[in-house]
Design a protein around this ligand. Structure first.
Ligand SMILES: Nc1ncnc2c1ncn2[C@@H]1O[C@H](COP(=O)(O)OP(=O)(O)OP(=O)(O)O)[C@@H](O)[C@H]1O
Length: 254
C-alpha cells in the first residue's frame, strides 16, 4: 500500500520550551488503523496537529497524501485538510445547528467561497449528508439540534461529517474518551467499517488499551515525545504497556 503519512525527524517545542516531540520517524500506509497510546502529555495531540498542519513543527517534516505539509501555503493546507477528517473528544460540532447541517459542514471545503459563507449547499450534498447519517444510524434525527443529543449520538454525527467530507485520513483525538463502554465499541465499529469500506487511514490517540488492542491493526506507543513501541496489537504485552505508560525518570523522581 502507498504511504498515507510519512514523518521525518519531527521535532516540536512550544514557544522555545522543552521538546514535546523529539525526532519522530514514522510511515503509515493507506488503510492502516493505528492506535496511538501514551501517558497524558506524551505528545499525541501535538503529533496529530502537526499532521493536519494546525501546528507547524520546529523542525522535520510531515508528508501527508504525498504532500509536504510544512512547505505548503495556507491556501493549499486548506485543500489538504478537506481530505483529513478530525474527530475530537469534545465532538467539535456546532451545538445550535441541526444534525444535518453539522454533517453538511463536512462539505464546506468543496463549495465556492460565497456559497461556503452562506452555507448554501447543492442538493447533491444534502443527499450525500443524508446517506452519511444513514450509515451511522442517525437518519431519523436529521432535524434535531446537536445540543439535544447524547454524547454517543454527537460522536456519530462527527463520524458522519467525516464520511461526508470524503476524508482519506481520519485523525481521532481521544474520540471515545467521554463515552460508555458500549458506545465506545459502536464508534470504533463505525471507524473500522469506514476503513474496510473506503480504505481510509485512521490514526487514533487513545488511553483505552483494551480498545486499541481490539480494533487497531497497529499500535504506536509514544513516551515523552519519542516512539518507544510500534508493532501489531498482539505484540503489545502487558509489560510493553507498562513500559510505554511508565513515568519518565525525571518526572517519577518528583
Ligand atoms: N498550545 C500549547 N502551548 C504550550 N504547551 C503545549 C500546548 N499544547 C500542548 N502543550 C504541552 O505539550 C505537551 C504534550 O501535550 P499533548 O497535548 O500533545 O499531549 P497528549 O499526549 O495528547 O496528552 P493527553 O493524552 O492528555 O491529551 C504537554 O506538556 C502540554 O502541556
Amino acid at each position: 500500500m502507498p504511504d498515507a503519512i510519512v514523518i521525518e525527524n519531527l521535532v516540536h517545542s512550544y514557544r522555545g520550551g522543552e521538546p514535546v516531540l523529539r525526532g519522530l520517524d514514522l510511515r503509515i500506509a493507506e488503510g492502516e488503523f493505528v492506535g496511538l497510546i501514551g501517558l497524558s502529555g506524551a505528545g499525541k495531540s501535538t503529533l496529530l496537529r502537526c499532521i493536519n498542519g494546525l501546528v507547524t513543527p520546529t523542525s522535520g517534516r510531515c508528508v501527508v497524501l504525498g504532500e509536504s505539509v510544512e512547505s505548503m501555503p495556507e491556501s493549499e493546507r486548506r485543500l489538504l485538510r478537506r481530505r483529513i477528517g478530525m474527530i475530537f473528544q469534545e465532538f467539535n460540532l456546532v451545538d445550535r445547528l441541526t444534525v444535518l447541517k453539522n454533517v453538511l459542514i463536512g462539505r464546506l471545503g468543496y463549495l465556492p467561497t460565497l456559497s461556503s459563507c452562506l452555507h448554501r449547499f447543492p442538493a447533491s450534498d444534502v443527499a450525500l449528508a443524508r446517506e452519511c447519517l444513514a450509515q451511522v444510524g442517525l437518519e431519523s434525527l436529521e432535524r434535531r439540534r446537536v445540543r439535544d443529543l447524547s454524547g454517543g449520538q454527537k460522536q456519530r454525527v462527527a463520524v458522519a461529517r467525516t464520511i461526508a467530507q470524503g476524508a482519506r485520513i481520519i485523525l481521532a483525538d481521544e474520540a471515545t474518551a467521554n463515552l460508555d463502554v458500549l458506545t465506545k465499541d459502536e464508534i470504533m465499529d463505525l471507524l473500522q467499517e469506514l476503513v474496510n469500506k473506503t480504505g481510509a487511514t485512521i490514526l487514533c490517540s487513545m488511553h483505552d488499551i483494551a480498545l486499541a488492542r481490539r480494533y487497531c491493526t497497529r499500535i504506536i506507543g509514544l513516551k515523552n515525545g519519542a516512539i518507544t513501541f510500534d508493532a501489531a496489537p498482539d505484540q503489545l504485552s502487558d509489560a510493553a504497556v507498562a513500559e510505554v505508560l511508565a513515568r519518565p525518570v525525571h518526572e517519577a523522581a518528583r
